[in-house]
Design a binder for this molecule. Structure first.
Ligand code: NAD
Ligand code: ZN
Length: 355
């Protein structure tokens, strides 16, 4: 069975292209009553970017806070706020921010047209109705959320995305200038998320020429950014993120992502930092990648938290292991069909204990 891969149909790229967002959204405004929702990371409150959001009179500026990464309860609350603002469907939902804000925008655009709680749609192809037209404006590069067919959400029972063709953005606006204010630590963590996507995709058993073509280019760009300190690094990392996302879309991530999901489910660890903490323990599976990762870490001068699992209660550790080992395709990609014999609960525990 081959996946019929849904792609983002429209992409703007270039420094300053954010200035064209108004024109792009204008194409969605068919009557004077049409309104748009801008789902914006509240880190931009009071910043220059806020003044540049092309808000029209009927539009709704929905600030989102991402102290916690997206949860189903928060998505439901935001969707209700948009419905209360105007009961008619908006003509566009535009997400501005990092992976979290983009996933919230995807989720709200889906939940405006699909009944009930977003918890009911965590999984694969459970979404019934097409979303409201939705666009992404990344302000932080690395996750690949701008191209993926998922919106990662933590729910009461699981951390699992809204995976569907309807999730894919209708428009992406890639303006590298918008990443200028990202703090150094965050730049490293989210950049390494991209680097790890490439390593896990390229070294996985699911690898194919499609994923390899994107993964190799993305890895090359990551190296230009983090090893060579290239002057155009914002532009390069934005394209690395996009290509990294394209690479995993037709393959899979691996051990690092599986374990990091366990970590973040139990401890709330943010995705980028969780991937770094996890990857640092995986010499056995990705020896060269981990070695290069450590060189990059040293070069950038950013350190990762240590001892994060040392105070865990026994049942928390068991939950962490269960969440991580529940992600079959990731393990199969990393270790092959026989993965259950290799990645036992005890082995997973020993890896978590190193973090
Ligand atoms: P993020 O969106 O969680 O943001 C991290 C921090 O950076 C926040 O404090 C944010 O306010 C800040 N920030 C963002 N842009 C900034 C800017 N220009 N200037 C200053 N600060 C800025 O970080 P992320 O690593 O991009 O995203 C992680 C999220 O993405 C997680 O929720 C993860 O589950 C999700 N994710 C989704 C996919 C997908 O395919 N949908 C893939 C990987 C990760
Ligand atoms: Zn990731």
């Amino acid at each position: 069975m081959f996946r019929n891969f849904k792609l983002v149909p429209n992409i703007l790229f270039g420094r300053g292209c954010f200035g064209q967002l108004d024109e792009v959204v204008a194409g969605r405004r068919k009557s004077g009553k049409d309104w748009a929702v801008f789902v914006v990371d509240d880190v931009f409150k009071g910043k220059d970017l806020e003044t540049r959001i092309p808000l029209h009179d009927n539009d709704f500026l929905l600030w989102v806070n991402i102290a916690d990464e997206p949860k189903t309860g928060y998505v439901d609350k935001l969707t209700l706020e948009a419905k209360n603002f105007n009961p008619a469907l908006p003509c566009a939902v535009i997400g501005i921010g990092g992976g979290s804000a983009m996933d919230l925008a995807k989720s709200v655009s889906l939940m405006l047209t699909n009944e009930g709680s977003s918890t009911a749609y965590q999984g694969w192809d459970l979404i019934k109705n097409p979303a409201v037209w939705h666009a992404a404006v990344p302000t932080l590069s690395g996750t690949g959320a701008e191209v993926s067919r998922t919106a990662v959400l933590t729910g009461p029972e699981k951390k699992l995305g809204l995976n569907s063709d309807y999730t894919v953005f209708d428009q992406v606006v890639l303006d590298p200038e918008l990443t200028a204010g990202v703090p150094k630590d965050q730049h490293f963590y989210t950049g390494m998320d991209c680097y790890i996507h490439c390593i896990e995709s390229l070294q996985g058993t699911y690898i194919n020429e499609f994923s390899k073509a994107y993964g190799e280019k993305s890895l090359d760009l990551c190296r230009q950014v983090f090893v060579d300190n290239h002057p155009d690094s914002a532009d390069k990392l934005m394209m690395a993120s996009f290509f990294g996302g394209m690479s995993i879309a037709y393959s899979q991530v691996g051990a690092c992502h599986a374990l990091s999901y366990g970590l973040s489910y139990v401890l709330g660890t943010h995705h980028g930092v969780g991937c770094c903490v996890t990857f640092d323990t995986l010499d056995e599976y990705y020896p060269e990648g981990v070695k290069e990762f450590r060189t990059i870490m040293e070069k950038t001068g950013v350190d990762i938290p240590r001892g994060v699992t040392k105070d865990l209660a026994g049942d928390q550790m068991e939950t962490m292991i269960s969440v991580a080992l529940g992600l079959d395709p990731l393990w199969e990609n990393c270790l092959g069909k026989d993965w259950k014999r290799i990645m036992t609960r005890d082995k997973a525990r020993s890896l978590f204990e190193k973090m």
